[in-house]
Design a protein around this ligand. Structure first.
Ligand code: NOJ
Length: 754
């Protein structure tokens, strides 16, 4: 459809029909037998309104979506097709590691590929839009949704955001096997006070712009078709009514012309926030802020019409919103083919595509982070003198729920557990070392239960069964030379609505750990979690700790491959692991303070420190081991001075640059991958500058004994920031560049911008 035709269509639509386009309902409203009256009356909607809703979320299956679409289009006065949307977060039927794990790969292209697979699987069931990526910057491990973010760094988050959008949308969103991306949650949702869900966010404009906004802006630059508002207030204004954020920054400053959707019921929540006296005011505020779609409330549907007729809400606001929605439908090609890629064959597909599975298996180890290893890993596949048998003991040995709380479309039985992967490797003759398995306890404690988006789970075991489980585990551990303990938090203890004030491995699992440790201290802990946990005790007592997050469908295979050295863990932390919960939020790019403290230094009382814990996290951003060892040479610079651009002409003539290099050598006995990281510190600016900032990284694979020169360009652009007067640009002065294995590296050199 041409834009002219679209405008003509708009001109021909009734007021009610236009308001309908702004309404988003769940699939429940479109039950098999026709329109469901229950949800309709709960939401005080009429049949005509439901007939005119513009989009649907969380309906699933090609057959069902086709049925809904065709009967809807018959009733819709202009036969305008619906948009189908859902939360496809870390995969669809093939589930990949959770986004926080993906951040640890330091490999945005890998996530781009995952998004492409997810888009293909989702598109074939008839979906048009995914509510992903979530690019909220996160620094507080108490918050349940850190699992949905790629971590604490603005630069890294921006790169992941772009790669994932390209994966979902392809060159053009209307192409086969592609869907539209929705960047969320705009803005600052990842910084709720106290790490408590939906809580208020307080950020200075400088911190907001410097740290939080860049990843969202990267989403606009990558061409994301949609944005979602966040639940929180920012500077005491709920995002869903925040004109400055939505109109001034998102639309005017960044030029976003796609669809803006509220988060679930967020327009209605303007009343609970106490900024709207009634639903009419809520409708007015949200539409004025530029929110196009009202997800799951009747605020727009029931409270705009009169205001428009009486002239309190300009009809032009509504028209602009409708046009944006129609435009997205048009870009997806729905006016020509309202079913897009929906194909019933995929509803019946008995197995996940082989290529998707093998990709998931290969990708997951890139997201695993080896936190400690005093020589126990990799484990031998055949018995050796030191290791004649291995016991796998812990609740995650047989756990199928390994996809994270935001995976809604997988089939549980398709997930591979550790035990299944071990049995397969044994049957294939790959693993000849004797291996035994026992759970020891359940993931949840005795009688504990938890509600999720997908299912409700409960530890159904009796006390006697649990005692027998533990006794069996202890017996296995006693007999083995090494004990691998897959432990961790339940996946429903992370994600939306899953904030915690204690962020350890559940206490009943720690009790098992202590008992096992008393009979056999040769322990490798494999930790499943959706957030950084307080791993002090585990990292002190276990001989190796492997962080595997929630690894997805192929989790069991990937973990066994990694433990036995078929592949290596090559992730690096995208979010710091705090020393304890009292340290949160803790992150590498903090400011130095006027009285900085270095852990261990005897610098007196009145310095910026805790008296009962170090300042540094237990494991810092960028940290992670592999199975080999690397050395870095000193940093060399191509010059000591970088010329600053002073005029437009200089700017146009291309950027000056310095080159910073190191020589990286694999001094271990195995091939391995190192994530070489580049950080910059501005030594003095017109405002206080971060301790260091990630500005580049490269994943480098080297054979044993191999050396390679690794170089990074340093440009003026990398030195820009929001200066004292809030203009964005560089300032002359001295800088340190660091190149090393993590954010604590001291391997640096100084240069000047002048
Ligand atoms: C609420 C969540 O905050 C958001 O991320 C999600 O996309 C919507 N619900 C729709 O499920």
């Amino acid at each position: 459809m041409t834009s002219e035709q679209m405008k003509m269509l708009l001109a021909d639509m009734s007021l009610q029909e236009k308001i309908g386009q702004l309404l988003q309902l769940t699939g429940n409203f479109y039950a098999q037998e026709g329109l469901a009256t229950g949800p309709m009356s709960d939401m005080e909607l009429t049949r005509e309104q439901v007939d005119c809703a513009g989009s649907i979320l969380s309906a699933i299956g090609a057959k069902q979506l086709k049925r809904i679409q065709s009967s809807y289009m018959e009733r819709q006065p202009h036969h305008i097709p619906l948009l189908f949307m859902a939360d496809v977060i870390n995969g669809f039927r093939t589930v990949f590691p959770i986004p926080l794990a993906q951040g640890c790969s330091f490999d945005p292209a890998l996530s781009g590929e995952m998004a492409q697979v997810a888009a293909k699987e989702a598109a074939r069931t008839g979906l048009h839009v995914t509510f992903s990526p979530m690019v909220d910057l996160v620094r507080d491990a108490r918050w349940g949704r850190v699992m949905e973010s790629t971590g604490e760094d603005p630069y890294l988050n921006g790169l992941f955001c772009q790669a994932v959008i390209c994966g979902y949308q392809g060159e053009h969103v209307g192409e086969k096997d592609h869907i539209a991306a929705c960047v969320k949650h705009f803005a600052g949702y990842g910084a709720p006070m106290g790490g408590r869900e939906y809580n208020q966010v307080e950020l200075s404009e400088r911190t907001l712009r410097e740290d939080y906004l860049p990843a969202y802006q990267a989403g606009v630059e990558a061409g994301a078709e949609m944005f979602m508002t966040s639940f929180n207030t920012l500077g005491r204004v709920p995002s869903t009514a925040n004109r400055e954020l939505m109109q001034d920054i998102l639309r005017k400053e960044w030029g976003f012309d796609g669809v803006l959707i509220s988060d679930w019921a967020a327009i209605g929540e303007l009343l609970a926030h106490g900024i709207a006296a009634d639903k009419e005011e809520a409708a007015y505020l949200a539409l004025r802020a530029g929110v196009d779609i009202d997800m799951m409330t009747n605020v727009y549907a029931n409270h705009l019409e009169r205001q428009i007729r009486e002239g309190r809400v300009p009809e032009e606001w509504l028209d602009m919103a409708v046009l944006r929605i129609l435009n997205l439908k048009n870009k997806l090609g729905l006016f020509e083919n309202p079913y897009k890629d929906a194909d019933e064959v995929y509803d019946e597909m008995p197995d996940i595509e082989k290529a998707h599975r093998s990709f998931a298996r290969k990708a997951a180890p890139e997201t695993f982070v080896l936190l400690k290893n005093d020589g126990l890993l990799p484990l031998p596949e055949a018995p050796t003198e030191q290791v004649r048998s291995i016991a796998f003991v812990g609740p995650y040995v047989e756990e199928k729920r390994i996809c994270g709380s935001w995976s809604l479309f997988y089939k549980m039985e398709e997930n591979v557990t550790i035990r299944e992967a071990l049995e397969e490797a044994e049957a294939a003759g790959k693993l000849t070392i004797p291996v035994s398995c026992g759970k020891g306890c359940q993931v949840l404690d005795y009688g504990q239960e938890r509600d999720g988006f997908r299912d409700h789970t409960r530890n159904e075991s009796t006390r006697e069964e649990l005692e027998a489980m533990e006794a069996e585990a202890l017996a296995l551990a006693r007999k083995a030379d090494v004990v691998v303990m897959p432990l961790g938090e339940h996946h429903e203890y992370t994600g939306e609505g899953a904030c915690r004030t204690e962020i350890g491995i559940p206490e009943h699992q720690m009790e098992l750990f202590r008992k096992i440790h008393a009979v056999n201290p040769n322990i490798v802990v494999v930790n499943f979690s959706g957030r950084p946990l307080d791993l002090r005790e585990v990292s002190r007592k276990a001989r190796a700790v492997l962080q595997v997050w929630f690894p997805g469908t192929e989790g069991g295979h990937a973990i066994v491959d990694t433990l036995f050295g078929e592949t290596e863990p090559s992730g690096r932390l995208a979010m710091s692991f705090p020393y304890n919960v009292g340290q949160t939020p803790v992150y590498y790019s903090e400011l130095s303070t006027g009285r900085p403290h270095v852990d261990g230094a005897a610098d007196g009382r009145c310095v910026s420190r805790y008296i009962d814990a170090p300042n540094k996290p237990l494991y810092s951003f960028g940290y992670g081991l592999g199975y080999t060892e690397f050395t870095y040479s000193y940093v060399t610079l191509s010059g000591a001075v970088l010329a600053r651009r002073r005029t437009q002409e200089e700017s146009d003539s291309g950027e000056e640059q310095l080159t910073a290099s190191v020589t990286l050598t694999n001094i271990g006995g195995r091939p391995g991958t190192e994530v070489v990281q580049l950080y910059i510190r501005d030594l003095a600016g017109s405002v206080a500058r971060p301790r260091r900032e990630l500005k580049g990284f490269q994943r480098i694979r080297l054979a044993p004994g191999e050396s390679r020169k690794v170089s990074f360009a340093i440009t003026e652009e990398m030195l820009c920031f929001y200066r004292a007067d809030m203009t964005y640009g560089s300032e002359p002065g001295s800088f340190m560049v660091y190149i090393g294995e993590d954010s604590d590296t001291e391997n640096g050199a100084e240069f000047c911008l002048q």
